[in-house]
Design a protein around this ligand. Structure first.
Ligand SMILES: NC(=O)NCCC[C@H](N)C(=O)O
Length: 292
């Protein structure tokens, strides 16, 4: 099967690329990878199994990448090394040097499934998937920051322009510094076409204004839970509009989404997400998101 296409953040998730943590994560040195004090590789693997069960239960087909000990501990965050649009996949180039070899894993998986490669980001450009958000099928919003630079944004614009897609870039704050992970998707999770969970104090101001001008309803993520979770309370994965998966332990954030009409599943992820700086969205690269 070669079904692919994804220019939407919340349409039914039909096919996704994921990588189960294995020997590379178990052997990871937390200081080298910037993992927090709650890091525990074995516990992270158990937490991941529950997350994968929730994704499977949503009816999504998972394309599995294998961790056979290549040392790429962050490769479980499959959201970042590639982007899939209706015309094919774009192989990105990582801003975090330790992740430099991940895009080739994605390229191989796409080649094996006859998913065409539309383009690739070349040095010195960098773009990470976590910095990219479809505002609508013809508009890709990109966060310019530590992981994604102007050269990468220009290349991405050049790859997408012939397909009628414009790229709009907004500056991200530095927040916790260059070693920490802050993507555009760290401060906003789209939940449906007209609904998003945001941490407004860290959103680029002009992007915030654009969201409001589009009439997108913004749920303000409770600040205490955002900070207590190192921002991961906000990284929420929609498997269809208004049906979402989040990290457990943040009841005020969950209640805010439920009050806006969402159905929320949770999984424990202290060792996996909080420690390793990536949430349910980051653990998935949508390959096909489309209403059936
Ligand atoms: N899209 C995301 O926010 N991905 C999270 C990646 C976490 C990983 N430890 C990193 O620093 O790149």
């Amino acid at each position: 099967m070669s079904a692919f296409g994804s220019q939407d953040m919340s349409a039914p998730l039909q096919r996704v690329l994921m990588r189960r943590p294995g020997p590379s994560l178990l052997a990871a040195d937390p200081d080298q990878w910037h993992y927090g004090p709650s890091f525990d590789g074995r516990k992270a693997a158990l937490e991941y199994a529950e997350f994968a069960r929730l994704v499977e239960r949503s009816g999504t087909e998972i394309i599995w990448l294998d961790d056979e000990g290549d040392g790429l501990a962050d490769a479980m965050f499959t959201h970042d090394p590639s982007l899939v649009c209706d015309q094919g996949a774009i192989i990105l180039r990582m801003g975090k040097p330790l992740r430099a070899n991940e895009p080739e894993l994605h390229e191989k998986a796409y080649a094996e499934r006859q998913i065409p490669i539309l383009g690739r980001i070349e040095a010195p450009g960098t773009v990470e998937g976590g910095d990219c958000i479809w505002l609508d099928p013809g508009t890709l919003i990109v966060g310019r920051g530590v992981r994604t630079n102007q050269g990468g944004i220009d290349q991405l614009g050049g790859i997408l322009a012939p397909h009628g897609i414009r790229v709009l870039a907004f500056d991200l704050p530095l927040w916790q510094g260059e070693a920490a992970c802050l993507h555009l998707m760290s401060v906003i999770s789209p939940l449906a076409d007209d609904l998003a969970l945001v941490f407004a104090p860290l959103l680029p101001a002009a992007f915030y204004q654009l969201l409001k001008a589009r009439g997108i309803r913004l749920i303000e993520a409770p600040a205490e839970e955002f900070h207590a979770s190192n921002g991961l309370s906000l990284n929420v994965l929609p498997t269809r509009p208004g049906q979402v998966i989040m990290v457990a332990g943040f009841p005020a954030t969950k209640a805010a989404m439920e009050a806006a009409g969402c159905t929320v599943d949770t999984f424990a992820a202290e060792a996996l997400c909080i420690a390793c700086e990536g949430g349910p969205t980051c653990l998935t690269r949508p390959v096909l998101r489309r209403a059936t």
